[in-house]
Design a protein around this ligand. Structure first.
Ligand code: ADP
Ligand code: FBP
Ligand code: MG
Length: 320
């Protein structure tokens, strides 16, 4: 049986491009003759019945905005069977027969539960972390990386003037992708990620040699999954480097999405709707090598995203 009334929610940490994804789900659903609802504040809104009909105009003027007009939440109650039953009852009350969950790995676990409870559910990877496998990129990652690269450009100016080392702490929870991509794109001398072992003494020695051979700055990008930038700076000081620390924090999660994120979000939102109409459920929508790819959410949440060692080694070779 195909769906007639679908709902969309955004959950977990917000990410740039979530609005473009919501717009795509809503307008694609309406285009195909469905009724479309918006759920406010993720799974919390499902439990609290914060659900409203969406029309073409309700998603106007948002493609270029960061954040999410549907707002988001981290909702502990949805992890309990009672919370899940409340959520399901509210969906049934509105006659909703399909849900699109836009969020990260945690939200995917919630989507998996909705699917198991008999609700047709699709997952869209919306997180700056890029920690969801079976898609080349998650919605928001490209923008977050651009923000980090822009920040490192600025830091590099002042580090060069003073011949200093900068430690830049970036987000990514347990995933080093923001550090890796931003590190490569900004020419960082060291990229510390949870996926690769590192030796701070070796790094400090290389930096001292670099300075001795005429380099005028050093950039160390640290993924938060490795530890606090402040702590890395304290450790490295023991080896004769005196770095300055910058924690980029939530700056990385705001601002206008890049065209890459807007296009990814627009494609994935439309893909999710088409697949729901075809009767699919419990699937994650991704884009791999330019092609739409559907994967069981169950498989996605039980697979660790592979780390791109080739890019890491390239970054290290080029930052001599
Ligand atoms: N194991 C789980 N079972 C049910 N719901 C979950 C589970 N894990 C996470 N969620 C829901 O997804 C929300 C977002 O997860 P979180 O990990 O905070 O962010 P993200 O989806 O961005 O990774 C949680 O607050 C909770 O409501
Ligand atoms: O929003 P909070 O609670 O400050 O959490 C910060 C975390 O959220 C993120 O920005 C995004 O992670 P999620 O997509 O898993 O929510 C992480 O990079 C970071 O560790
Ligand atoms: Mg997450």
């Amino acid at each position: 049986m195909t769906v007639k009334k679908i709902a969309v929610l955004t959950s977990g940490g917000d990410s740039q491009g979530m609005n473009a994804a919501v717009r795509s789900v809503v307008r694609s659903g309406l285009y195909h003759g469905l009724e479309v609802y918006g759920i406010q504040r993720g799974f919390l809104g499902l439990i609290n019945d914060d659900i409203r009909p969406m029309d073409l105009r309700s998603v106007g003027d948002i493609i270029q905005r960061g954040g999410t007009v549907l707002q988001t939440a981290r909702c502990e109650e949805f992890k309990t069977p009672e919370g899940q039953q409340k959520a399901l009852a509210n969906l049934r009350k509105h006659g909703i027969d399909g849900v699109v969950v836009i969020g990260g790995d945690g939200s995917y676990r919630g989507a998996n539960i909705l699917n198991k409870l008999g609700m047709k559910t699709m997952g869209l990877p919306g997180t700056i972390d890029n920690d969801i496998p079976f898609t080349d990129f998650t919605i928001g990652f490209d923008t977050a990386v651009s923000i980090v690269v822009d920040a490192v450009n600025k830091l590099r100016d002042t580090m060069t003037s003073h011949e200093r080392t900068s430690v830049v702490e970036v987000m990514g929870r347990h995933c080093g992708d923001i550090a890796l991509y931003a590190g490569l794109a900004s020419g960082a001398e060291a990229i510390l990620v949870p996926e690769v072992k590192f030796d701070l003494e070796q790094i400090a020695t290389r930096m001292r040699e670099n300075f001795a051979h005429g380099k005028r700055h050093s950039i160390i990008v640290v993924a938060e999954g490795v530890g606090k930038g402040e702590h890395i700076a304290e450790e490295i000081e023991r080896f004769g480097i005196e770095p300055r620390v910058t924690v980029l924090g939530h700056i990385q999660r705001g601002g206008t999405p890049t065209h890459n994120d807007r296009i990814l979000a627009s494609r994935l939102g439309d893909f999710a709707v088409r697949k729901l109409i075809e009767g699919e459920s419990g699937k994650s929508c991704g884009i791999i090598n330019g092609e739409e790819v559907l994967t069981d959410i169950e498989v996605v949440i039980n697979t660790k995203r592979p780390f791109n060692m080739e890019l890491y080694e390239l970054a290290m070779r080029l930052s001599q």
